[in-house]
Design a protein around this ligand. Sequence first.
Ligand code: FES
Ligand code: FES
Length: 176
Amino acid sequence: MLKFYLNAEFCKLNGFVNYNTMGFYKLTVNGQLHSVEADPDTPLLWVLRDNLGLTGTKFSCGIAQCGACTVQINGDPVRSCVMPVSSAINSKIVTIEGLSIANSHPVQKAWIEEQVPQCGYCHSGQIMAAAALLEKNANPSDEEIHNGMRGVLCRCGTYPRVMKAIRKASAKISKS
Ligand code: FES
Ligand code: FES
């Protein structure tokens, strides 16, 4: 069966009432331009996972409370479970899959060296938040680390190892 969707812009230009809210959105994710079809209110998280197959970003609370879904948008950590896809156009989106080639980012290296994860569920969000923090402040104080990371919860209580790994990554970044 032929499916025909009218996107919002087409309807506006042609004076049509748009009963179908699906539209096409161009997103730049991990350096690649994608065109995705979605409702404008669809959370970016679902577009990343379901449309683009980038399942490294996790769903947990779905209400901006836990940070498991954190990605970077224009360098800032953002909770993708509550960001509508229509707000993510014209932005540079980075997910855990695009943070580095072969886990070579200093934060990822430190995470491996310190064996940070327990169940691991929260850690793509933790790593994306930590990398964003160090990008803006390569040598944060403990208080700045706490403040920068407090939006990402860990039910397994890996916080001491998260702290240690961020300090380690910070030392490496500051030296280079
Ligand atoms: S899943 Fe987005 S903040 Fe919890
Ligand atoms: S390692 Fe299990 S939730 Fe963080």
